[in-house]
Design a protein around this ligand. Structure first.
Ligand code: OAD
Length: 260
């Protein structure tokens, strides 16, 4: 087998390119792995723990009700880490494809804003299923606000507060046990159901409903292409699984044909 540029067999790269080229609609589902090479820690891989806490234990309404200071301290740390990160070659290639091609849409579980940072046009904006690290939402009046500031989590009194009503603000992200915004989820379901190809990049595919989107494409007769450094529950049913880092493989399978 001839390896391609990313070390993936050439035949698999060519097949992915052909499937992506032939599909009228492509939906891309990304997870933390697409940002790994930008320096954003994934949730479940090495470095996924923060001070011994698992994401599942902190990213919950109960954890916030019990100890808002601890949860904000974690989000403040994540903001600081992510603010220093820039989009990598995978974000850039995906944004270019979404700008250049009708019917190419990005849906992300990530709250790091790196797809948005790579986007040069409104079409390239990702649908953010789980919200954003850089937005707060009031726990009383629900007002949302963009907020990239450092978080002072030294005491509950100093935590971010709503500028309208003064109540405690929370990160505007979807936590375990909470529902996704129905409009956002509805749009993602529609995109996945209509797609000829669902390209799944860097997700452990363990968190639903996001993980179920690829199955919608498959059950409607479309193909699933997975890019990941490891196997996931989706691997067995995928048309094609390309093993390796997203920043190397994504640009290779999306490069314009003229560059071959
Ligand atoms: P995970 O941390 O669960 O999974 C990251 C995936 O990326 C794993 O399958 C890795 O093998 C893969 N990976 C790591 N480095 C990679 C690389 N360089 N290139 C390609 N793949 C790579 O993250 P998610 O699947 O995004 O939810 O997690 C899903 C949700 O669970 C998150 O949105 C978050 C989390 O808890 C909430 O906070 C609600």
């Amino acid at each position: 087998m001839t390896p391609g540029m990313a070390g993936v067999p050439r035949a698999a790269v060519d097949r992915a390119r052909r499937l992506l080229g032939e599909a009228e609609h492509v939906v891309v589902l990304t997870g933390a792995g697409v940002s790994a090479e930008s320096g954003v820690p994934t949730f479940r891989g090495p470095g996924g723990l923060w001070k011994e806490h698992r994401a599942e234990d902190l990213a919950t309404p109960n954890a916030f009700a019990r100890d808002p200071r601890l949860v904000w301290e974690w989000y403040g740390w994540r903001r600081r880490v992510v603010r220093q990160c820039v989009p990598n070659a995978a974000h850039v290639a995906l944004a270019a494809a979404a700008s250049d091609r009708d019917g190419f849409r990005i849906v992300t579980q990530n709250v790091d804003g790196l797809h948005a940072a790579a986007a040069s046009s409104p079409e390239a904006q990702a649908l953010e299923l789980h919200g954003s690290l850089f937005r707060t939402r009031c726990t009383r009046c629900g007002e949302r606000r963009d907020d990239r500031a450092d978080v002072d989590a030294s005491s509950v009194e100093r935590l971010p507060r709503c500028r309208s009503c003064g109540a405690l603000a929370r990160p505007d992200v979807v936590w375990f046990g909470e529902s996704l915004d129905p409009d956002v989820l509805g749009e993602a379901v529609e995109l996945a159901s209509d797609a000829g190809v669902c390209l799944v990049v860097g997700t452990s595919a363990l968190v639903h409903p996001a993980a179920g989107l690829a199955d919608l494409t498959r059950r409607a007769g479309g193909d699933v292409i997975e890019i990941n450094v490891a196997d996931t529950p989706l691997t067995g049913s995928a048309t094609l699984a390309l093993r390796g880092p997203a920043a190397a493989i994504v640009p290779e399978i999306l490069a314009p044909a003229a560059l071959e």
